[in-house]
Design a protein around this ligand. Structure first.
Ligand code: FPP
Length: 258
């Protein structure tokens, strides 16, 4: 571990001491949580570091939070790692994030061996490199029989493209006579999303102070609860997760009823 990483860990530990904790009801844990891992760049800038350092610190936080979610019984965690719009960033940063993902996936066995976590990568794989695509297939295959929590990593993902893709599959299936037009309903469309077969997204978390969805899980968020915070993603801790879950548990989810 580098000096920078050690200092980062110590700092995070100190900061965490001052974060208010919250009690959570273990009988009402959200089944599916979505996280927009935002604020890596700002976190790095505030410390005079490079943006890439922020992404690396963000990847560490993801490891810790995935582990924690597994412990408390969250069954599905979907994280936004790279959006269809993120290609607009400088090539150096894009390459860094892609390499980090490759490294992360390569270490999966080491990182979550024994944690029984299933990895899926959702999004359009056409634009990503062959090497990364092959690694994704390998890790998905390797972890697919696991029965623990599922980590969906959204990569080159956009909610609108996902809906368009689903609409095209549905149209194709009608054209080929596989289904009738009347078969297209909400359940059918849900099954065509990347998250098809998974429970509804109960809670969406966005740190870093931004109050928007940025094209994340547009179909799936119809009845999600939201939790926003000013903390940057690399500083996000188990305590923040408990705060978010406690808030979720205090809300009255009516799903359009009374
Ligand atoms: C948003 O912060 C973050 C991203 C676009 C990348 C997220 C990537 C990671 C957490 C690491 C890689 C992921 C895995 C699965 C290993 P930002 O850069 O927009 O921050 P800013 O808004 O402060 O500039």
């Amino acid at each position: 571990m580098s000096v920078k990483e050690t200092l980062g860990g110590v700092y995070k530990g100190l900061v965490s001491l001052f974060v208010k904790d919250a009690e959570i009801d273990m009988d009402n844990i959200p089944k599916h949580i979505g996280i927009i891992m935002d604020g890596n760049g700002r976190w790095a800038r505030h410390r005079g570091l490079k943006r890439s350092d922020g992404h690396r610190a963000g990847a560490k936080t993801l490891e810790m939070i995935t582990d924690y979610c597994g412990k408390i019984g969250v069954k599905y965690l979907t994280v936004y790692a790279f959006s269809t719009e993120n290609w607009k960033r400088p090539k150096e940063e894009v390459d860094y994030i892609m390499n980090l993902l490759y490294e992360y996936l390569s270490n999966m066995e080491k990182l979550i061996g024994g944690r029984d976590c299933r990895i899926r990568v959702i999004g359009d794989r056409n634009q990503i490199s062959d090497t990364l695509r092959e690694k994704i297939i390998e890790v998905e295959e390797y972890t697919k029989e696991r029965t623990g929590p599922t980590l969906n990593i959204a990569l080159n993902y956009g909610g609108r493209s996902e809906i368009i893709r689903a609409a095209k599959i549905a149209a194709e299936n009608v054209k080929n006579g596989k289904i009738n037009l009347e078969d297209i309903d909400e359940n059918y469309m849900s099954s065509l999303m990347y998250t098809g077969g998974e429970p509804e997204v109960d809670l969406i978390i966005r740190p870093s102070g931004e109050l928007r969805l940025s094209n994340f899980l547009l179909w799936q968020c119809a009845y999600s609860e939201f939790w926003f915070s000013n903390i940057c993603w690399p500083d996000f801790t188990e305590k923040h997760m408990r705060q978010a879950i406690a808030r979720y548990q205090n809300r009255n989810r009516r799903f359009g009823g009374v």
